[in-house]
Design a protein around this ligand. Structure first.
Ligand SMILES: *[C@@H]1O[C@H](CO)[C@@H](O)[C@H](O)[C@H]1NC(C)=O
Ligand SMILES: *[C@@H]1O[C@H](CO)[C@@H](O)[C@H](O)[C@H]1NC(C)=O
Ligand SMILES: [Zn+2]
Ligand SMILES: [Zn+2]
Ligand SMILES: [Zn+2]
Length: 426
């Protein structure tokens, strides 16, 4: 906390986190413990309900719906909230009221139950840390709960009104595993689509996941520290989500760029034209590399016939075509789209954003797999493929080392090591 200072922000009840000293890329700015979490349904029975680690689990015999890796984890959660939820859980989840909820509302209902079950005292500081956050802009109605609250309905409602615009998705290697309430992080960090920091989650025995906010680049004293509240690649829809869910408008450089562009043109329907668009993006980027920041500083420098690459449907198409072809081939398609997608990410995301590194690692793996699968003659072609593999791997490593170890023990940094070893011997 000594590294950030809170400055009152004019016009809102909230503060801004401002760096007090140079925060070097990769440093942990703040650790924020969870006040409550809830696993996503597809992770239930796979991860411990307390610590989120993937380990052999035993099931709670009372409800048969919560799983733990150790007696410690089970006792911790029992004391925290499960003892108020266990007995009625089956009845609750099979109730008409719960069943009628959409899946995201079910997540909210479970998380709210885990939160309110912990408290009897309305003046508990930990509750005040939630209610002092900004409420969302929309009217809300309370979902059914898995426990009968021992705090007033209006306080429960107050807490719930902070969910939509404050809760975080807990992720491991960038894939979501649960939702969590992290009041300290919510209070400190505002949003930017070109953030200078990112959240990661550390998992450890007997603890709920801990959020760490990491500097993605060197941050100067006086600079505000921001996190992305949603995937900045949602270039067309994000502004609407900010208004509806968060109640603000974003005026970051990236949003300014989108605003100046106006309407992002539809990508061409024909597959060959799309491929051509991707090829021209690659040419443009190879001639003058840009990243998220340089692009938005100079919107006029961007060729208008390339603007369709920012259309969300084009980004999705590029990602899917790469993913499909990197599994099933043809490899040439995977390489073309993988390279273009790498350029696209560099344009959209700020430097060192972990999505870029994860993609470069996938691309390096694809190059490697093509060598293995095609038994290329160890001639010119194989050397070139190896060079691509090495160069993407190097950039993936530089990028992902900044965020550092997070989530499950296996993961991208281990995969990078493995591939490095294979390349050395190749
Ligand atoms: C947070 O960022 C949004 C979008 O840039 C802005 O409208 C809002 O005023 C900021 N809030 C604080 C507390 O800085
Ligand atoms: C990728 O593969 C899936 C499943 O085979 C298919 O439904 C989808 O259309 C493919 N996407 C693209 C862009 O080729
Ligand atoms: Zn555990
Ligand atoms: Zn139980
Ligand atoms: Zn923005």
């Amino acid at each position: 906390m000594a590294s950030v200072q809170l400055e009152p922000h004019t016009g809102s009840g909230r503060s801004q986190a401002v760096a007090r000293k140079v925060l070097p890329a990769g440093c942990v700015i703040v650790s924020s413990p969870a006040l409550a979490t809830a696993l996503l349904p597809q992770e239930k029975g796979k991860r411990c309900d307390t610590c989120y680690r993937i380990l052999p689990l035993h099931r709670c015999t009372g409800c048969a719906a919560y799983w733990y890796c150790s007696t410690d984890c089970q006792t911790t959660q029992w004391q925290l909230h499960h003892k108020r939820i266990c007995k009625r859980f089956a009845q609750y989840t099979s109730s008409v009221a719960f069943q009628a909820l959409a899946s995201h509302e079910k997540m909210d209902a479970l998380l709210l139950s885990h939160l309110v079950a912990q408290f009897t005292d309305a003046n508990d500081d930990r509750l005040t840390h939630v209610t002092c956050l900004l409420p969302g802009p929309a009217e809300i109605s309370l979902p059914p709960l898995a426990c009968s609250p021992r705090i007033s309905d209006s306080l429960v409602k107050d807490l719930y009104s902070r969910f939509g615009n404050n809760n975080f998705v807990i992720h491991s290697h960038l894939s979501g595993v649960g939702h969590g309430v992290f009041p300290l992080a919510s209070r400190l960090f505002n949003h930017s689509c070109l953030p200078n920091a990112a959240a990661k989650y550390r998992l450890s025995a007997s603890n709920m996941p801990i959020m760490e906010v990491v500097a993605l680049r060197d941050i100067s004293p006086g600079e505000e520290i921001c996190l992305p509240y949603l995937d900045p690649a949602l270039l067309q829809t994000r502004q609407q989500i900010f208004r509806l869910t968060y109640g603000f408008e974003c005026h970051c450089l990236s949003c300014l760029f989108v605003e100046r562009v106006g309407r992002i043109p539809e990508p061409p329907p024909d597959e060959r034209d799309r491929k051509d668009l991707a090829r021209r993006l690659k040419q443009f980027m190879e001639a003058t590399p840009h990243d998220g920041l340089t692009l938005s500083n100079d919107p006029a420098s961007f060729p208008s016939d390339l603007l369709a690459i920012f259309h969300e449907s084009f980004i999705t198409y590029a990602a899917e075509t790469f993913r499909n072809a990197s599994h099933d081939g043809p490899y040439s398609t995977a390489f073309d789209w993988g390279e273009s997608l790498g350029h696209l990410y560099r344009l959209i995301y700020p430097p060192n954003y972990p999505q870029i590194g994860m993609h470069l690692l996938e691309l390096a793996k694809t190059y490697w797999n093509s060598i293995v699968a095609q038994h290329l003659d160890s001639g010119g072609e194989e050397n070139e493929v190896k060079q691509h593999c090495r160069s993407h791997l190097k950039h993936a490593k530089e990028n992902l080392q900044i965020l550092g170890a997070e989530g499950d023990d296996d993961g991208p940094l281990i995969e990078i090591q493995t591939l490095e070893t294979l390349l050395q011997d190749a």
